[in-house]
Design a protein around this ligand. Sequence first.
Ligand code: KIV
Length: 323
Amino acid sequence: MNSQPNEKNKTLGTQTSAQVAGEIVSENDAATTRVPFTLRSLLKMVRSGEKFACLTCYDATTARWLQTAGLHVLLVGDTAGEMILGLPNTMHTPLDFLIALTAGVKRGAPATLVMADMPFMSYQADDAEAIRNAGRFMTEGLADLVKIEVDRSFAGLVAKMSRAGIPVVAHIGSRPQHVKMHGGYYAAGKSAESAIALLDDARAMIEAGAMMLLIEAAPSEVAEQIVRESTVPVIGCGAGSSCHGQVVVLQDLLGMSTWQPAFALPTAQIGGQIIAAAKIWMDRVKSGQLGEHPYVMNDAQRASFGETLKYRNTAIPRVEPNQ
Ligand code: KIV
């Protein structure tokens, strides 16, 4: 989609700030009062040259905070398998687990566009199964969009999913679900030949009906050319700043990962804050200074309790395991 940065906000110009999709109307209850940010809002933003921001998110609580921050898109990525379950890579992320997390994120951020990642083997084996699984993400998972890792050989599936009413985000470039095929993670489009192949993948996906592209780990000049040619929004993840939107893994950004890519440098040190908070809790437990105790007996009940204890046999008989 060709965007003109200088025409920023042109299409939103006549709206008041409270009417602008994605803006918080009342700070008291931001999660429920934000004007819904929809696919239409995102397209308007892109047309007016404004960049949109996306982060991964895997739970309702974090989703609520990210919505309050004004995030445009939340991706319930298959990286949840690594971040939440401690799995070695995204190939192991279970389908039902990801559908449940997607619904949680949408409940936490009902006014934010939620994109669900379809995990390994939920869409590759059979088109009909892929469409049913995508449908589950939309119905049970409350997703607004589904993302699949593809190349042009998936054009037929993307067309069928679009025909069924499923808005597809085509994830092209580096595909982490192919990690075993490459013997490790890899960048895409670094040779002239593979760059052209990536452009062809992008074109095939748009022609098949993809609503958006996501390019992972590719040189910026290749992404720039895709953005130039594209008629749909392009999200970058390590693809340079020309993309209409950007996504990174939230844990990387928050300083909770042991390693993060150079394009996702931490903007906070939440890992350090978790350690500090846990230490304060340990000190509180040790000293017994837990704060005010909220559960109290009235005087009459306390007296009655004391009286009863006088007549109670407080020695609890021990039952031996073999008896
Ligand atoms: O699963 C994920 O987190 C992703 C990206 C970071 C693009 O697909």
